[in-house]
Structure formats: C-alpha cells, structure tokens
Design a protein around this ligand. Structure first.
Ligand SMILES: [Zn+2]
Ligand SMILES: [Zn+2]
Length: 224
C-alpha cells in the first residue's frame, strides 16, 4: 500500500511544477489586485519549500540498513513466527542474519530493516527509518494542493463579487429576461477562466486522493 502511496506522491510531485506555474501566472499576481492577503498567497510556496526539504531527506537518509553492529539489536525488534517470518534465515549477499520483516534490496544491494519497497523516484528504500520523512513529504504535498484549491476558489468567488455579475440579468433562448443564477455563473467562469477552473478541479481531486492515502498511511501500525 505504501508503494501505491509512493506512486501517488510521485504523480503529485510530478504535477506540482505545472500546478505551481499555473498558480503563479493565473492567480498569484491577479489575487493581489483583488485584495487577497499576501501571506495567504505565499503559503503554497512555503509548503513547497518544506516539501522539497523532506523529499531530499527521504532520498538521502538511511532507510534502516542492517550491518554487523546493529544486527543483533534489530533481530529483537519484531518477533519471528516460523511461518511468515521464519527465524535463522541468512542473507547470502550481506552474510547477515535476517531480522523479521527485513529484506535484501536488489537495487541498493543491502539488507533493510522493516522493508517495504525500493522507490525509484527517490532512488532509496522506503523503510523503518525514513518513513517519517516520506509521510511529512506526503502531508505537505496534500496541504499545498488543498491550499491552492482554496485560493483558486477564493479567486473565482472574488471575481464574481467584484464584477457584480450576480446582480445582472440576461436574455435566455426564449427571449425572456432571467436573473443570473449559480448555473449561469459556473458556465460564465468556465468560458472566461477555463484554465483556473480546470486547475481548481484538478487540485481538488489531487487533494482528496492524497488526503485519503495520508489517513490510511497514518492509521497503519508501523508506518509512523
Ligand atoms: Zn542482504
Ligand atoms: Zn533500495
């Protein structure tokens, strides 16, 4: 499941460049003109900075490698059950006894305590000792997507408020005067600001997916 979350996180980070470019070009500069507070507008950039720090930590930190020094200590962390987690197994490559839930990573060529998977995106194993960095990385990515979604929605609402559009009337297909309603406003925003509306829809969907996975990851014992 962490593997699925890793792919989701990678996808989110892959889209981050596009989302932040759209946010900067389409919203950031115009939001200031519309009177939104600058600290709120800068929050996504702050979250991006924190996210990048923890992304680098996930890439570069020791995931929980097993060596001669910590071998006997790690053998006591999880219990063997002689079925799924048999005792007295030895890694033929590292020549070390294998603690329960450990595995030899073929990419890194080392044995890792509480192995989950090797993540190609961070070029490191995601395991016992760096899972916290991964979760903070996931949390800040979720928060940045949710913040951009909120600011995008606030931007569109402010545009409608400033334009007084909701007080206008229009002539429908039958030649009758109609007051502007919510459906008309949504159609107008789609036509006038399609990129911002699509950005809003995308980051809302991304926020929900990332938040759902984050809740799951935090509820799994051993993941934090
Ligand atoms: Zn090994
Ligand atoms: Zn690895």
């Amino acid at each position: 499941m962490i593997l699925i979350g890793c792919k989701l996180t990678n996808g989110g980070q892959g889209a981050a460049g596009l989302v932040y470019t759209e946010y900067t070009l389409e919203i950031f500069s115009y939001c200031q003109e519309l009177g939104l507070h600058l600290p709120h507008l800068l929050l996504p950039y702050l979250l991006l900075g924190v996210n990048l720090v923890f992304f680098i930590l996930t890439c570069s930190s020791n995931p929980g490698t097993i060596n001669k020094t910590n071998e006997s200590l790690l053998l006591q962390v999880y219990e063997f059950d002689d079925v799924m987690l048999p005792e007295n197994l030895r890694c033929s490559t590292c020549d070390l006894r294998k603690p329960a839930q450990s595995k030899h990573c073929l990419v890194c060529d080392w044995c890792v305590h509480h192995f989950d998977h090797h993540c190609v995106w961070v070029n490191n194993c995601i395991e016992a000792w760096n899972i916290r960095y991964f979760l903070v990385c996931l949390s800040t990515l979720t928060a940045s997507a949710a913040t951009i979604a909120t600011l995008s929605a606030a931007f569109l609402l402010r545009l409608v408020a400033v334009s007084d559009l909701y007080q206008e009337t229009y002539i429908d297909d039958f030649g009758h005067f109609q007051s502007v309603d919510t459906v008309f406003l949504i159609q107008y925003l789609f036509l006038a600001f399609p990129r911002i509306v699509f950005l809003l829809g995308f980051v809302m969907m991304l926020s929900l997916l990332l938040a759902s996975y984050l809740c799951f990851a935090l509820s799994v014992p051993g993941c934090h």
